[in-house]
Design a protein around this ligand. Sequence first.
Ligand code: MN
Length: 321
Amino acid sequence: MLGQVVELIEKKHKFAITSHMRPDGDGIGSGLALYWMLHSLGKEVEVVLRDRVPPAYLVLPGSEDVLVQPDINRAYDAVFLMECSDVERPGLPSLHHQLIVNIDHHSTTEPFGHINWIDPTAGAVGEMIYNLCKALGSEVTKEIAECIYTALLTDTGSFHFSNTTERSLKIASELVRRGVEPARISQALFYSYPFSKIKLLGMVLSTIERDESGKIAWVKVDRETMYEADASEEDSDGIVNHALSIDEVMAVAFFKELSPKVYRISLRSKGKNNVAKVAEVFGGGGHRNAAGCRIEGDFEEVRQRVIEGLQAAVGVAPIAV
Ligand SMILES: [Mn+2]
């Protein structure tokens, strides 16, 4: 709970912050916001990530201080895990030996930490960190504001998704008042892509398919295409959302080949169609409109199982595709 987090921060001194592998805007934004907040309280704090900060997020203050390490190798009073479904998600094996504070807004997350603060009503973990800032009586500095704004902007799909609420817009407004320049953040996040990302987007979108109902669509990227586009792993992030921009399409899947017969699947949907339930069937998780999982097997078989799951979620008859 929030109260326990506040008490811990007030009593202890030496902290680390981490997030999941392949960190996104909410993981990095909320983590760095907490980093600045703890700093301002005179705490000793480090941000440790297994994977590097994607170039787009280097716009964030503090991103240059992030330690990119294969493990956590110091003792801390506590380690904050930002939006991780379990203690393995950060990819830092020795986390087991630390006091874990699990901060998340995914309803599918188990209370695996010593302290668990899970708020599924929050549009982003960044929103929770804003609340923490208020609870601690900390000033929302420009640094904190930029980090939280980025978390909100990315997790709400630029304020397009259903987690965009009066509260998130109110917080965004307050953050702008604190010095955030929305156009500057957007420019860094959405208008500074490497050539390879757009090249890959074109190649992948040209393979789009849909089922007979027309309500389910999917795209796929294999290692060869990644190689041909000279793409980095981050370049494939966000492609799934383009498939969802088709009028009749209600749910989409993006199949990314990680290695032979291993696929990471990103699922997205519109409205009440729940893709988190589909991801959970395969051991994954997420939110109603954005979820993911990992499946091993032959592509055709994997594709069919996922598409059948999406058809059930959207309520169209499972038809052979
Ligand atoms: Mn999030």
